[in-house]
Design a protein around this ligand. Sequence first.
Ligand SMILES: Cc1ncc(C[n+]2csc(CCOP(=O)(O)OP(=O)(O)O)c2C)c(N)n1
Length: 328
Amino acid sequence: MTRPNFDAARMLGHYRTMSRIRAFEEAAEAGQKSGEVRGAVHLSIGQEAIASGVCVNLAAADYIVSTHRGHGHSIAKGADVGAMMAELYGKAGGTCRGKGGSMHIADFTIGMLGANGVVGAGIPIAAGAAHAVKLRGGGEVVVCFFGDGAMNRGPFLEGLNWARIYDLPILFVCEDNGFAATTRTRSLSGGRGPDARAESLGIPAMEIDGNDVQLVDETASGLLSAIRAGGGPRFLLCRTYRLKGHTAHDTAPYRPASEVEERRRHDPILKCREALLLHGVPAAELERVEAEAKAEVGSAVETARRMPWPDQSIAWEDVQDVGAAQWR
Ligand SMILES: Cc1ncc(C[n+]2csc(CCOP(=O)(O)OP(=O)(O)O)c2C)c(N)n1
């Protein structure tokens, strides 16, 4: 069925962004399996529509705060794929000079305030950034991405409450993929879910299909307009599914293969592709976009492989100096 307000150029943009994220993560997974990419790698394969649909509504000056599953958020916000791949390879030209790896990518030049290996830890950071925007009288907004597992951590309550009482310009985006690592989140969560918890604190909340990129885009656009108009925080719960394991090494034996197969039919890239074809965009155009994404990532991998390791002399740079001399 054709859809109202379908903007083929904008949807093709989403197809490009999501294809670039997918290509990046497939290469990251291959790099992890070959041993070239070290440290934990969490893939957002199957969840790309949330990053693309939200970030397309952000300006360069706006901010995002991400999670341990953050490649998609960074790419959608405009991070350089070559530098990100070099970061995963631990090389000198990486986003964080090869010292952070997958879970610690930060790029302040594009308003990406950091991925974070600690579940829920990004929420107060995002609230702090939004408070700084407010104190400075700026017009920027902050988007805080986190998973459904984060709703059971203290920072969720603290960050949302702070955002509400100070009426901060922040959009909380909960990527509900149903799992917290290897456990179904609903089996360890009381109450009616993260949106109900947000509403109990006075933050207007919405729940949508996070695999429908047009819907994510339209909904985020409305919520961000309200925030920019001074309406205070908003909460967006996006239902999605993690098509890969918790980490790139996890084969996810704790869920039936039939469930994954069923959910594969709701792959956001597939859904976007079907919508574009239905609205007359030629298949050749989509194949060209996919090929470009793969070529960009392929060349990022080749460059990362050839790059030098960071020099030992920079090991203590970029490290908060709280008594570091004593440790050395
Ligand atoms: C404070 C804290 N507790 C536990 C962990 C271990 N851990 C890493 S990811 C994860 C699951 C998080 O689930 P969710 O927030 O839903 O994000 P998802 O992995 O599903 O994207 C856990 C428990 C951690 N990193 N930090």
